[in-house]
Ligand binder design. Sequence first.
Ligand SMILES: N[C@@H](CCC(=O)N[C@@H](CS)C(=O)NCC(=O)O)C(=O)O
Length: 258
Amino acid sequence: MSNIIKTPSTGNKAPKIELYGFSSKVPGVPDPSAFVVKLETALRLAGIGYERRDMPNPAKAPKGKLPFIVADGEKVGDSTLIMKWLKARRGVDLDWHLTPLERARSHALQRMLEERLYWAIVYTRWCEKENEWLEKEIFFGDVPAPIRFFVYRAVLKQMKTALHHHGLGRHTREEIYAFGAEDLAALAAELGDKPYLFGERPSLADASAFGILVNIIGIPQIKSPLIDAMRTHDNLIAYTDRMLELFTIQAPALQKAA
Ligand SMILES: N[C@@H](CCC(=O)N[C@@H](CS)C(=O)NCC(=O)O)C(=O)O
């Protein structure tokens, strides 16, 4: 089954889009940012050509966050705003086949995944002692060794503060992972045995869900109860594997635990 959506106005004549993410070199994930993966997946589903650029420090991004795109002489940040831009400028609408009710459910699902479950991933990456080395070596591998530790420490402090202000960081570890497991269970129930969240065709919610799921389970070295919770849902594992076919990478962690 091909999961490329050919929208009428996505001819390759339009000027190229440059997509800025953190790193396309982290094994097992197209990018260690769920939002960069969401956007990259959406572009691939729409059949839109783009050039991928790595930018380990998002300070110069339009909103200080990744992803952002540069296209038609403009810089646009935020995956949701970029999708609106793509709709206006390139006629991309991954949700064209959804009913009004499905659009509402898609909206609610994306908010759950991006505004809540995402923060549980942040917790696994920045607040679990056993994953610390990974942050430093994999995600900051491009930062020169003499300053890597200091850059890591600065970002660590920033991420812990962000988690606290978001609110999730105020809960206990057990509570955070219980919330994460509930969100995963809701997503698994919504997917059921369908190929994609809203049936036979992928939509933007699938790009959003894939960005989150592959970042929970794609990097085999990261251990967390969130992965254990995801492994209890065979459909989410198979779905993530299927979505990965859009990319030429493999995620060894997707193999089911014995
Ligand atoms: N709402 C934004 C969220 C983007 C976001 O949170 N990006 C994170 C990486 S996953 C980031 O760049 N964080 C850097 C920082 O907060 O300094 C979107 O949809 O693009």
